[in-house]
Design a binder for this molecule. Structure first.
Ligand code: PLP
Length: 443
């Protein structure tokens, strides 16, 4: 008997008893390799003693102080660290408790910036089809994933979507990276012009697409072209690195590989590594200076903004990541993981793509080689793979709707940066067995 309204009330989850490094352990003593870090959260794995100690020490010292009265030492130090690791300009951090809150906050910050800059007509936000930016109503509205939006569509504020940058499926035959990126930037340009250039507030995109399509990187040159379009029209560029940021893709910020700097940056999962709920919006000086020089205050806030214990946990996580060179480790182990995935799946008749960056890797599945080759969505192949992997002691993050929100299946892996090559070897073996068993089951 449970009184929790679980995600899947008809098939209740196992009870996780404890964590230990890269593993979670259930009440029957079964060990599960956390090959997805939950949902790309657990960058240090579980029960890291230094983070545990930092959290306990902070609770003893100061468990909570409301930010309308006080700031706190861990919040100030965490902001310092984030700014030190960011390019010039991204000089401010605003701390929240979840990725969805970070996205909502960035959208509101963009809006207030424009109002204070004397452009109150800027009210539209543009994002990409197929995207996920969170589950609260504002974040869900900006997201472009049909399946996730459908039920709540009548509640969602108006938003506008352009094509994602997903060369595998949407690049035209013979089209170069350059031409594809230009076509997508032109589409954004046209969308802004159609809405009325002085009416658009922000464009938001995930730097590397995570949950909805599985570790999809943009083609080289895409983001600089998008940045140029935003600049031409005075539209703010928000990058959502809730999932792909904080070392996950082998660089501190994922955008470092894209040759752009956003105006607003959303961070969450790897920031606190799951030790506490914490997220952040990093804001460019021009945004903050305009608001501070205008009304003087950001009209926003939540009870747990800048929570001292959450900030202390993130501070400890980020201290360890920097001290132990874990961003580089994510890059190196990511290369190894991709190599192992290629060895296992390159000749697999049902794997059409192996992709990713750092410890953010994915495979995409097909019923057969060739065009229009996705498995029937009703088969729910991704759900089978999740169950088969779990039964074999692997936590992975499969998803459906890979291609257009409705068709296609992928499996995302996002292990802790402290994992070992031997653990990755074992995870790839288990994933191979889970994929084969699942396809045999649905075929
Ligand atoms: N943005 C992206 C890119 C995400 O992947 C997620 C969650 O998966 C969110 C926002 C929402 O974060 P949260 O679940 O912490 O609200």
């Amino acid at each position: 008997m449970t009184h929790i309204f679980h995600r899947t009330p008809r098939s209740l989850p196992q009870l996780a008893l404890r964590g230990e490094g890269s593993f979670l352990i259930d009440t029957a003593g079964r060990r599960y390799y956390d090959g997805s870090g939950g949902a790309a959260v657990s960058c240090l794995g579980h029960a890291h003693p230094e983070v545990v100690e930092a959290v306990i020490a902070q609770i003893r010292q100061l468990e909570y102080a409301h930010t309308s009265f006080f700031t706190s030492e861990p919040a100030e130090r965490l902001a310092d660290i984030l700014v030190q690791h960011s390019p010039p300009g991204l000089g401010h951090a605003y701390f929240l408790s979840s990725g969805s809150e970070a996205v909502e906050t960035a959208l509101k910050m963009a809006r207030q910036y424009h109002v204070e800059a004397g452009e109150p007509g800027r009210r539209h936000n543009i994002s990409r089809l197929q995207s996920y930016h969170g589950n609260t109503l504002g974040a869900l509205a900006i997201g472009g994933h049909r399946g996730r939006r459908a039920l709540y569509q009548p509640l969602l504020p108006e938003s506008h979507h352009v094509s994602p940058c997903f060369a595998l499926h949407y690049r035209q035959d013979g089209e170069s990276d350059e031409a594809y990126g230009t076509r997508l930037a032109d589409e954004l340009d046209q969308t802004i012009l159609a809405l009325g250039p002085k009416t658009v507030s922000a464009f938001i995109a995930e730097t590397v697409i995570g949950a909805t399509a599985g570790a999809v990187c943009a083609v080289p040159g895409y983001f600089p072209k998008i940045r140029a379009v935003c600049d031409r029209h005075g539209v703010l560029l928000i990058l959502d690195e809730v999932m792909s940021g904080m070392g996950r893709t082998g660089s501190y910020h994922a955008f470092e590989r894209e040759d752009v700097v956003p105006d607003l940056l959303c961070l969450a999962k790897g920031l606190g590594g799951g030790y506490q709920p914490i997220a952040a919006v990093m804001a460019h000086d021009k945004v903050v200076d305009t608001i501070v020089g205008g009304s003087g205050a950001f009209q926003h806030g939540h009870t747990y903004v800048g929570h001292p214990v959450a900030c202390a946990a993130a501070l400890a996580v980020q201290h360890i990541v920097a001290r132990d060179g874990l961003v580089q480790q994510s890059a190196q182990l990511g290369e190894y993981l991709q190599l192992r995935l290629r060895e296992r799946f390159t000749d697999h008749p049902h794997v059409s793509d192996i992709r990713g960056r750092g410890l953010f890797q994915a495979i995409e599945l097909v019923a057969r080689r060739g065009p229009d080759s996705a498995f029937e969505p009703a088969l729910q192949l991704h759900a089978h793979i999740k169950r088969q992997a779990l039964a074999r002691g692997l936590l992975c993050y499969p998803g459906g709707g890979t291609i257009d929100g409705e068709r296609g299946d992928h499996v995302l892996l996002a292990p802790p940066y402290l994992t070992t090559r031997a653990e990755l070897d074992a995870a790839v073996d288990i994933l191979g067995a889970a994929v084969d068993a699942s396809i045999a089951g649905v075929a």
